[in-house]
Ligand binder design. Structure first.
Ligand code: BGC
Length: 799
C-alpha cells in the first residue's frame, strides 16, 4: 500500500520507524558513486543508479569516470536531439524499453535519464542530450521514454530539474527567471512527463533557481512537483550537487548521490537536534529510499532473464531505425535518394570514424559501430564504387592542403559526392558550452570547394545541435543527421539510397546566426548568474513573434514523398476540442509527416508568443493513401500562467487553431471561440525580445538580484575563482591530478577528453573537495581552508 501523499509504502514507513536516526541519515546518502546503501537487518539490498540517457553507462569499478573510462558494452541509441526529431512516441517507447532491458541485464535499478531541459540556446554544451526548444515536444518525448524504460521494471529519472540551460559554471550559477516563463517554458515538459508517465525518480539540477539551489528548492521539489503534479517517486541530487544537506531534506530531496562518506551526517543530525530539520522530513526521505529499494528488488525478482546476444542484435536494428527516423532532410533538389549504383566520392573522416554520441556522463561504450563507409560499400556492392577520402582529421576537424587536394581528386571522377561535415567531439560536451555555432573552417572550405567544382553534392551534417549554415543552399541536398548512435552510419546509408525515408522534423529551430537569438545576449556572460531576459522568447516563439526568420524553422523537414493537408475541422465544446485534418500522401512512395497544431491567441490582455505548439500527430501513409490526423486539445492549449493567482488561466475570446507542417508552413487555420470566467493579469508588450531593466524587474516582480560575489570565497566559489591565489592554483592542480588518477586512459583518449575534464574541474565548487576527498576532508576542515584562502587573498589584494 502506498501513502500517496508522500509516495512511500506502509512497509517502508514501518521499517523507518524502527531505525535509529543515524541509520536513517546513512540511508539517504549513496553507498558509493553509483549505489544506494543496503539495510541488511531489514533485508533491503542496495541498488544501482547509473547513466543514461540514450544508452547504459555502467562502470566496472566504483569511480565516476565521467564517461571517459570504458563502461560495459551497451547499445548506444541516437542522442536526444535525434530522438526528439522523430516526433514518434511509439518508437521512443520501444527505445525506452530497450534501454530498460539492457539496464535489467546489468542489474541496474534506475537509469539516469531522460534529460529534458529546454534548449534555451543551441550553444549549450548538453544540447545533444535534450530533445527540444519546446516544452510540449520535450515532455511528450520524455514521457514516452519513461514509459518504455519502466515497462521493463527499471526506474527512469527525469533530469535536470530545473532551469538548467548551460554548462558555464553549471554547479553554482543562478538561473534568474520570472514565474510565468518558468511555468510556461521550463517546467511544462517536466509536468507532462510526471503526469503522463509517473517516473520513479527525478534528479534536481546543479544550478540555483532564483537564488535557491535546485536541490533545496522546496517550492520546486515539494509544492510543485509533489503537491501540484502528484509526483510520488524519489528525488535525488545531481552528482555532487549537495550544497546544504539538511536544507535539501527539508525541501523534499530524498537521496544524495553519490554518497558523501558520511560527511554530512553530523550536520544533518545537528539540524534535527536543533529543530531546523524535522525528524518527520528525515523519516519521509528515508522511507522513500526504502520504498524504491523494495520496488527495484520486487521488479527484478519478477522478470524473466534476457538473451543478451539476441537483445543486442535487436537493439542495434532498433537504433538504426531510430537514427533514420530522427535524421532530418533540410534541402533536396531531387538528388536524393541516390540510385544505388555508380561512383560515389565519400568525403569526410566522419564517414569512417563516426561522430555518433556526445561527451561526458552520457558517453556509452557501444556494442558495435556502423560507419557510412562500411555500410555504403556493402549496400552498393558490385553495382557501385565508393571512393573515400577523409578530407580532415576526425578529432580536430582540421585539414592539411594534401587532405583537401585528395578530396577534390576523389570527387573529380565521381558521379555523386557525399560530404560529411559537422561538429568534432571537442566542440560539444557536458562541462562547457560552445562559444560559436560554426563548424570547423576546414569543413566549410570543403563544402565550398566541392560544391563549386561538382554539380551533384550531398552534404550530411553531423552533430548534436544546430550549427550556422551559411552554405546551406550551395549543395544539392543537405541532411541533418544529428548524433545517430552506434547504428547512425547505417541509417545515413539507408537514407542516402532510399531504403528508408528521412523521418525527422526539426524539434529546434536552426538559426541563421547565434547573435540573432534573444537568449544570446544573456548566455554564459555572468559568472554567477544567468538572467533569462528573453523570457518566453526561446526558439520559434522568438523567431515567429519578432519576425526574425530561422534558417530552418521548428517542425520543418522533408521526406521522399509529398503530403497535402485538407481543411482542418475543430469540433467539441468548452475547452476540450478535437482537430481533424485530412492528410494525403500525394507522392509515389510511402512516407510520414508530422501534422502540427499551433494556437494563436487573437486578442489577449497579456503579451503572448505569436503561436505555440499544442499538439501533433505523426502520420505514416502509403503512396496515394489518405487518412485523418486527429489531435486533441485541452484546457492548457489556451491557458497562460497568471502571476497574480499563481495558476493557469484561460482568457475568453477568439483563438486561431493553425495546422501546419512547420511553424512557418501553416496550411489551414480555423477560428474558435473559447468561453471562460478566468481573469488574467495584463502584461504589456515588451519593447523587444530582450527585457530592459525595468521590464525584467516587472516580470520578476522584484528588483533584479545582484550576481553573487565571487569573493570572499564560499562553498560555491569554483576552482576557477580560486585561481586568484597561489593556494587556489595548487588546489586545482591537485584536483586534476586526482581526477586523472581515477581515470585510466590511453594517450588518444586523454587528448580527446582533456578539454572536458579541465572544464568540469574548473567549474567545480570548492564544497566538492569534501566529496572528492572521500571523507578525508571534513566540512570543518573546508571551512578552515576557505578562511585561510580568504585571508591570503585579502593580503595579496591589500599588498
Ligand atoms: C550529470 C548527470 C549524470 C551524473 C552521473 C552529472 O555530472 O549532470 O546528468 O547523470 O553526472 O554521471
Amino acid at each position: 500500500m502506498t501513502d500517496t501523499a508522500h509516495g512511500v509504502t506502509q512497509q517502508a514507513l514501518d521499517i523507518t520507524s524502527r531505525l535509529p536516526r543515524s541509520e536513517k541519515i546513512r540511508l539517504i546518502s549513496g553507498k558509493d558513486f553509483w549505489n544506494s546503501e543496503a539495510l541488511d537487518s531489514a533485508g533491503i539490498a542496495s541498488f544501482m543508479l547509473t547513466d543514461g540517457p540514450h544508452g547504459l553507462r555502467k562502470q566496472a569499478g566504483d569511480a565516476d569516470n565521467l564517461g571517459v573510462a570504458d563502461s560495459v558494452p551497451a547499445t548506444c541509441f541516437p542522442t536526444a536531439s535525434a530522438l526528439g526529431s522523430t516526433w514518434d512516441m511509439p518508437l521512443l517507447e520501444e527505445v525506452g524499453a530497450a534501454l530498460g532491458r539492457e539496464s535489467r541485464i546489468e542489474e541496474v535499478g534506475v537509469l539516469l535519464g531522460p534529460g529534458l531541459n529546454i534548449k534555451r540556446h543551441p550553444a549549450g554544451g548538453r544540447s545533444f542530450e535534450y530533445f527540444s526548444e519546446d516544452p510540449y515536444v520535450s515532455g511528450k518525448a520524455a514521457a514516452a521514454l519513461v514509459r518504455g524504460i519502466q515497462s521493463e521494471g527499471v526506474g527512469a529519472c527525469l533530469k535536470h530539474f530545473a532551469a538548467n540551460s548551460q554548462e558555464h559554471r553549471r554547479m553554482s550559477s543562478d538561473s534568474v527567471v520570472d514565474e510565468r516563463t518558468l511555468r510556461e517554458i521550463y517546467l511544462t515538459g517536466f509536468e507532462i512527463a510526471v503526469k503522463e508517465a509517473q517516473p520513479w525518480t527525478i534528479m534536481c539540477a546543479y544550478n540555483l533557481v532564483n537564488g535557491i539551489h535546485a536541490g533545496e528548492h522546496r517550492e520546486l521539489l515539494t509544492d510543485i512537483l509533489r503537491d501540484e503534479w502528484g509526483f510520488d517517486g524519489l528525488v535525488m541530487t545531481d552528482w555532487m550537487a549537495t550544497f546544504d544537506r539538511p536544507a535539501g531534506v527539508h525541501a523534499g530531496l530524498d537521496l544524495e548521490m553519490p554518497g558523501s562518506h558520511g560527511s554530512w551526517d553530523k550536520r544533518t543530525d545537528a539540524a534535527v537536534e536543533s529543530g531546523d530539520l524535522s525528524e518527520g522530513d528525515l523519516d519521509i526521505a528515508c522511507a522513500r529510499v526504502i520504498t524504491l529499494a523494495l520496488k527495484v528488488a520486487a521488479e527484478r525478482a519478477s522478470r524473466p532473464s534476457v538473451d543478451v546476444a539476441a537483445a543486442h542484435d535487436a537493439h542495434h536494428a532498433l537504433a538504426r531505425k531510430a537514427a533514420a527516423t530522427g535524421a532530418t532532410l533540410l534541402t533536396n533538389d531531387g538528388i536524393l535518394p541516390l540510385a544505388p549504383k555508380g561512383r560515389v566520392a565519400l568525403i569526410g573522416a566522419f564517414a569512417d570514424k563516426p561522430r555518433f554520441q556526445g561527451g561526458g556522463s552520457a558517453n556509452v561504450n557501444p556494442t558495435r559501430l556502423d560507419t557510412v563507409r562500411g555500410t555504403l560499400v556493402e549496400r552498393l556492392g558490385a553495382d557501385g564504387e565508393v571512393i573515400y577520402a577523409p578530407g580532415y582529421d576526425a578529432t580536430t576537424g582540421e585539414a592539411t592542403d594534401a587532405q583537401v587536394a585528395e578530396a577534390l581528386t576523389a570527387a573529380e571522377s565521381a558521379d555523386t559526392v557525399v560530404l560529411m561535415v559537422g561538429l568534432p567531439m571537442s566542440y560539444e560536451s557536458e562541462g562547457y558550452d560552445r562559444d560559436h555555432l560554426n563548424i570547423p573552417p576546414a569543413h566549410t572550405r570543403l563544402v565550398q570547394a566541392l560544391t563549386a567544382r561538382h554539380d551533384r553534392v550531398v552534404v550530411v551534417s553531423v552533430g548534436g545541435a544546430p550549427v550556422e549554415m551559411p552554405w546551406a543552399d550551395t549543395s544539392n541536398a543537405l541532411l541533418q543527421a544529428y548524433l545517430g548512435g552506434q547504428a547512425g552510419g547505417g541509417a545515413i546509408t539507408d537514407i542516402l539510397v532510399g531504403d528508408v525515408e528521412p523521418g525527422g522534423r526539426l524539434a529546434e529551430s536552426i538559426p541563421v546566426a547565434a547573435t540573432d537569438l534573444a537568449a544570446h545576449a544573456n548566455f554564459g556572460i555572468h559568472d554567477t548568474q544567468v538572467q533569462y531576459r528573453e523570457n518566453l522568447y526561446v526558439g520559434y516563439r522568438f523567431h515567429d513573434t519578432f519576425g526574425v526568420p530561422a534558417r530552418f524553422a521548428f517542425g520543418y523537414g522533408l521526406g521522399y514523398t509529398t503530403f497535402e493537408l485538407g481543411d482542418a475541422k475543430v469540433t467539441g465544446r468548452g475547452k476540450d476540442r478535437t482537430v481533424t485534418v485530412p492528410v494525403t500522401n500525394t507522392g509515389d512512395r510511402p512516407g510520414s509527416t508530422v501534422v502540427q497544431v499551433y494556437v494563436h491567441d487573437v486578442e489577449s490582455t497579456l503579451h503572448r508568443p505569436e503561436q505555440e505548439l499544442k499538439g501533433y500527430a505523426k502520420v505514416t501513409l502509403e503512396a496515394g493513401q489518405r487518412a485523418d490526423a486527429v489531435i486533441e486539445l485541452n484546457e492548457r492549449a489556451w491557458a497562460v500562467w497568471d502571476v497574480a493567482t499563481h495558476d493557469w488561466a484561460v482568457e475568453a475570446g477568439e483563438f486561431e487553431v493553425r495546422v501546419g507542417l512547420s511553424s512557418t508552413d501553416i496550411r489551414a487555420t480555423s477560428t474558435v471561440q473559447i468561453s471562460s470566467h478566468d481573469t488574467v493579469t495584463p502584461v504589456p508588450a515588451p519593447s523587444s525580445a530582450i527585457a530592459t531593466d525595468s521590464e525584467f524587474t516587472a516580470l520578476l516582480g522584484r528588483p533584479i538580484p545582484e550576481p553573487a560575489a565571487v569573493f570572499p570565497f564560499h562553498y560555491d566559489s569554483t576552482v576557477t575563482d580560486l585561481q586568484q591565489t597561489a593556494m587556489g592554483r595548487q588546489v586545482r592542480k591537485a584536483l586534476l591530478k586526482q581526477v586523472s588518477k581515477t581515470l585510466p586512459m590511453d594517450e588518444e583518449k586523454a587528448g580527446e577528453w582533456a578539454e572536458m575534464l579541465d572544464a568540469v574541474v574548473a567549474g567545480m565548487p570548492i564544497r566538492s573537495l569534501v566529496l572528492v576527498s572521500e571523507g578525508r576532508l571534513s566540512f570543518s576542515a573546508l571551512d578552515k581552508l576557505i578562511g585561510t584562502l580568504n585571508a591570503t587573498a585579502l593580503k595579496t589584494k591589500r599588498g
